[in-house]
Design a protein around this ligand. Structure first.
Ligand code: NAD
Length: 270
């Protein structure tokens, strides 16, 4: 970790859902790149505390904070806490998300609302608080060329339809236009907003897709690069997108999916 380039040195980053899976991978990668971290979690304090300990073990700075990203008051309290601890925020990673799967005709309104309110409205609530602070504070040259960076965790399902998961796919399609629209609106303020579209990353959210050899073999037929992704694959990309190395990049989703969006069914002449 000590050899990692300090691309985010001294910057304050908030990662939602950072106690597990991709969010944890992003938080660890950003801390290794020199950022100070707010590790947001919804329920699992022990897991969040463990991420904080891992960061402190290599000399980084982090603290855990519980907030449900779909609740406005909890989001505001979370931002008040990062301002108190670190004075400001430089990077927001809107990562928290979940699935509530069912056939479309059996889907309850509760399961629709739950997924939309966490996956999509949660990103709105957090990005709005971050953007207000970025605009108020402006650019601090010694830290970054941008006044702030927002990364929206989307999915290959912002473009690949997904039967049996209509609430999830609708939330991710929504994130794409949310991300692009605020990128357009915030660019004059020197704020960059981008999306990451992970393919299949090995985390608890999709355990049934990789936990048995049969399931993994079936999954690999959808991945031309022929391996499942790891949280650190996304962590490295998030560090780059949050750093000045990507200073001219805004309003795009970068897919990190081993080729899942390349229509693998057409690889053998369709
Ligand atoms: P995960 O289940 O390991 O992590 C999800 C995180 O979101 C957890 O930390 C959870 O506590 C948090 N969360 C859920 N509801 C919350 C709430 N109301 N408030 C705050 N936090 C909340 O799954 P993951 O795979 O790491 O998923 C992270 C993100 O990546 C999600 O947005 C998911 O849609 C996206 N994604 C994952 C994959 C994949 O293959 N794993 C692929 C594409 C996109």
């Amino acid at each position: 970790m000590s050899n990692t380039p300090q691309l985010l040195k001294g910057q304050a980053a908030l990662v939602t859902g950072a106690d597990s899976g991709i969010g944890k991978g992003v938080a660890l990668a950003m801390a290794a790149a020199g950022a100070k971290l707010l590790i947001n979690y919804a329920h699992n304090k022990a897991a969040a505390d463990d991420v904080v300990s891992q960061i402190k073990a290599f000399g980084g700075d982090a603290f855990a904070f519980q907030a449900d990203v779909s609740h406005e008051e909890e989001v505001k309290a979370m931002f008040a806490e990062i301002f108190k601890q670190y004075g400001t925020i430089d990077i927001l990673v809107n990562n928290a998300g979940l699935q509530k799967d069912s056939k479309f005709v059996d889907m309850t309104l509760d399961d629709w609302n739950k997924v939309i309110s966490i996956n999509l409205t949660g990103q709105f609530l957090c990005a709005r608080e971050a953007a207000r602070e970025f605009i108020k504070r402006g650019v601090i040259e010694e830290k970054s060329k941008a006044a702030g960076k927002i990364i929206c965790m989307s999915s290959v399902h912002e473009v690949i339809p997904w039967a049996g998961h209509v609430n999830y796919a609708a939330s991710k399609g929504g994130i794409m236009m949310f991300m692009k629209s605020i990128a357009q609106e915030l660019a004059p303020h020197k704020i960059r907003v981008n999306g990451i579209g992970p393919g299949a990353i090995q985390t608890p959210i999709n355990k049934e897709a990789w936990e048995t050899p049969d399931a993994l073999d079936k999954l690999l037929t959808l991945i031309p690069y022929n391996r499942i992704g790891q949280p650190d694959d996304i962590g490295k990309l998030a560090v780059w997108l949050a750093s000045d190395e990507s200073d001219y990049v805004t309003g795009v989703t970068i897919f990190a999916d081993g080729g899942m969006t390349l229509y693998p069914g057409f690889a053998d002449n369709g």
